[in-house]
Design a protein around this ligand. Sequence first.
Ligand SMILES: Cc1cc2nc3c(=O)[nH]c(=O)nc-3n(C[C@H](O)[C@H](O)[C@H](O)COP(=O)(O)OP(=O)(O)OC[C@H]3O[C@@H](n4cnc5c(N)ncnc54)[C@H](O)[C@@H]3O)c2cc1C
Length: 404
Amino acid sequence: MNEFQERKVKLKWHEPKKNYDVIIIGGGGHGLAAAYYLATRHGITNVAVIERKYIGGGNSGRNTTIIRADYGIPEAMAFYKRSVDLYYQLEQETDRWMMFKPKGMLRLMHSEANMQSAIKRAHTNTVFGSPTDILSAAEVSKMVPEIDMTGGGKYPVVGGFLHHAGATARHDRVNWGLAEGANKHGVHIHQRTAVTDLIMSADGSKINGVRTDKGDMYADQVLCAVGGHVTSIGNMAGLRLPIRTHPLQAFVTNHYERKFEPIVASLLLHFYISQTARGEMLMGAHVDRQPAYNYRAGYDFIQHCAHHAMTILPFLRKMRVLRQWTGLCDMSPDASPVMGLTPVEGLHITTGWGTWGFKAIPASGESVAETIATGKQAELIKPFGLDRFAKDRTMGDLGSTGTH
Ligand SMILES: Cc1cc2nc3c(=O)[nH]c(=O)nc-3n(C[C@H](O)[C@H](O)[C@H](O)COP(=O)(O)OP(=O)(O)OC[C@H]3O[C@@H](n4cnc5c(N)ncnc54)[C@H](O)[C@@H]3O)c2cc1C
């Protein structure tokens, strides 16, 4: 957050209370959005958000900020469409400028097989209310003249898939806007407070509160929204979650003097790129293959991702890498999120956000808040419940990742 924005955001800090109606573990986008929607949509304000570092200090402040709804399965399309719609109104609703910018998302196709699957996906997205067009090679070249349409002579670009609602927003402003919005309604936010254990009923079937390094706090409803650390909190409740944690890296270059408008991704070379408000070129790709909890950023990643990006966008060869960083992604086996009720009474989760959770912040917050307020899994997230794994109703969707 810059100083200008920091001065505008007004947050009040409170002493921790012994009892809350709802405790949210994790002050990332998902935890803060759940608090915001609990307060604004359901009038539930006796809520604490417990964050062991600082607001947005996890993945919600480390991502590449891409927002889109062009997913691979109908249930996901409906969910992410709702999220994009909420993003479109979030600045006005919170009265905070989040630098939300519609840009369009252009995926490049390199083969007839790519084209065929993209046509199917474009039609389904359009039917679900997110207009997506198929572009010819000539239209792609006109839209982004920087693209080498021969793909370095090896990966020719044969067409594109333009998802009009694709956008970006400034991540820290989203976090702080939601925090301030929740806080205004009376939600307590406790930074630098770590949850060290869960307080369970004697038989372990119900949650009663949390143990923190600042003392115990009690609530009948607890939401676990801890990004890549969900399996540790799940273990405290005796809950084995189908989640593996993988690092994900990204980097930015120095300023590119021309405007580079759409977000561009290659379906074959598996990288994506967009331009930040400062003109830097921001790039990302896959998660690291090996599960890990480390935040180390490595040369291998830059080499691999930059090589692919430069093959398609030769102007990048003259740019310099300024910064590189890493976050931790909670990956589910079907590449779809896991939200809502758990077998432990009163314990809710929002996880499995992998590399695609920034765009989901408003819809997940809204639906999880509804689930907590009503005690029933909200309609929009019914397909994404934890019980789907036991019922063999997994929601396989590689469209979740920006590069597929
Ligand atoms: C490099 C990178 C690029 C990405 N790009 C995109 C993108 O372009 N678009 C997109 O949609 N998504 C993207 N993502 C994914 C997205 O950032 C995440 O899915 C999303 O931010 C997850 O939000 P969260 O609130 O669940 O978790 P986080 O933001 O990680 O928040 C969890 C919080 O819980 C806190 N916590 C953990 N354990 C405890 C504890 N015991 N007690 C108290 N607090 C605790 C952590 O400190 C953290 O602040 C990217 C991720 C990375 C790493």
